[in-house]
Design a protein around this ligand. Structure first.
Ligand code: LLP
Length: 411
């Protein structure tokens, strides 16, 4: 969806440079077609009759993105009242929404109970107790899957590993039977399944295979103890190719593995993809403010910073960087850095690019997921606006917050 026509980077059939001229930089630019294509791939490899794709809203919660996925029949995996509200407002029915997260508050639970969401993924005993009490007072039982922590190493970055015993997520597999027994005593709780999510940006199948096998084994044990397990939520986690030499297996192989292990159990599958739906569908467009010659490095100082895209600073993440207009000449080595007063505010070090000058535009690739949503006002810079390109037209789907608005928030 992002490609060059002549020397100009295009999103679908629109020139990114032309969009930049109208929107100003920095901004996020998403391709609707890329999102639709990826969603269709998911519905092809998983049987829509017994699998529900619940898009992980945390990856990109822009209402237009959610609306587009809602139209395609997506459900949602939400982690806050805000995400639940956005998903519902975008037209995703409550019957397709699961609520994950370790810290659900009373008001968040009440909101979700009132709306009658498909499932709460419960992550601890005290959470189960609280949910039971609230469900009893609302007079509607809460449908629940217990999130189990299988103590499996996802072999991804440690900060996005969630299925190891030292992580805060889920209940140890060894205590699962006990908590399902406890849930059975709670009149406000109706357990319907098990959920698991071992981490994000997984590029190998082996950890998934271990997790799916653990799910299958636990389903057997719970059923033997008389629990009705009808739903298996396998989380998200399939990675994307960031160009860093770690490419994930094709979606088709991931799905085949899941189905081989889990289909025989006859459960409804829930899949919660975030990054693999949105990641490659977006770019961050930024303008070079200065080309600065340092002692050892040449810095391209751009107008986007870690406040707009945190991933490189937080995870040392690699993002390909492309010139929006290709230039002629031998490539040179650059450090691409932002304006924020932190050394960690760097998008790339020693990156080879064709010769760049002040005013040139760069595209930070594969930033459709965990880009805009992790933005902040750090150093009192406004957030980046977001643009969605669909069928030859672009729409600003999040406005630039002006200085006056930013200042008006505080007193
Ligand atoms: N389900 C649960 C319960 C999750 O915690 C997550 C992601 C997902 C699904 C979606 O995972 P995905 O398909 O996107 O891998 N900010 C980090 C990623 C954090 C992921 C958190 N949980 C990053 O920029 O890499």
């Amino acid at each position: 969806m992002f490609h060059y026509q002549a020397d100009l980077l295009h999103c679908e059939n629109l020139s990114v440079e032309a969009v930049a001229r109208q929107v100003g930089t920095p901004f996020y630019c998403y391709s609707a077609e890329a999102i639709r294509t990826r969603f269709r791939e998911y519905t092809t490899v998983f049987e829509p009759d017994n699998a529900l794709i619940c898009y992980a809203v945390k990856a990109n919660s822009n209402p237009s993105v959610l609306g587009l996925l809602a139209e395609m029949g997506s459900g949602a995996d939400v982690v806050s009242a805000g995400e639940l509200h956005s998903a519902l407002a975008a037209g995703i029915p409550a019957s397709k929404i699961v609520f994950s997260g370790v810290g659900k508050t009373v008001s968040e639970m009440n909101f979700a109970l009132e709306r009658g969401i498909f499932q709460f993924n419960v992550e601890s005993e005290p959470e189960l107790e609280r949910l039971n009490q609230l469900a009893l007072s609302v007079g509607k039982p809460a449908r629940v899957s217990i999130r189990v922590n299988p103590d499996i190493d996802a072999r991804t970055h440690r900060k996005i590993t969630t299925g190891k015993s030292e992580n805060k997520f889920g209940i140890p597999a060894s205590r699962a039977i006990e908590i399902y027994e406890q849930a059975r005593q709670f009149k406000g709780i109706e357990t319907q399944g098990i959920s698991m999510h071992i981490g994000s940006q997984l590029t190998r199948l082996r950890p998934f295979e271990q997790a799916f096998n653990a799910l299958a084994a636990l389903t057997g044990q719970l059923r033997a103890a008389g629990h009705d397990i009808r739903v298996l939520d396998i989380g998200g986690g399939l990675g994307i190719d960031y160009g860093d030499g770690h490419s994930p297996p094709p979606l088709e192989r991931y799905a085949r593995l899941a189905r081989q292990i889990l289909d025989p159990l006859g459960c409804r599958l829930i899949i919660e993809p975030g990054r693999s739906l949105l990641g490659t569908a977006g770019i961050l467009v930024t303008e070079i403010q200065y080309v600065k010659q340092g002692q050892e490095r040449t810095f391209l100082i751009v107008d986007a910073g870690m406040n707009h895209l945190l991933r490189p600073a937080l995870y040392d993440a690699w993002h390909d960087i492309l010139p929006v207009r290709k230039t002629q000449g031998k490539t040179l080595e650059y450090d691409v850095v932002g304006p924020i007063c932190e050394t960690g505010d760097s998008f790339a070090t020693k990156r080879r690019l064709s010769p760049m000058t002040q005013g040139d535009l760069l595209a930070v690739m594969n930033t459709g997921a965990y880009g805009a949503v992790m933005g902040s006002f750090y150093n009192s810079h406004p957030l980046a606006p977001e643009v969605l390109i669909d069928q030859g037209e672009f729409r600003i789907v999040r406005k630039r917050i002006g200085l006056a608005q930013m200042i008006a928030m505080d007193s």
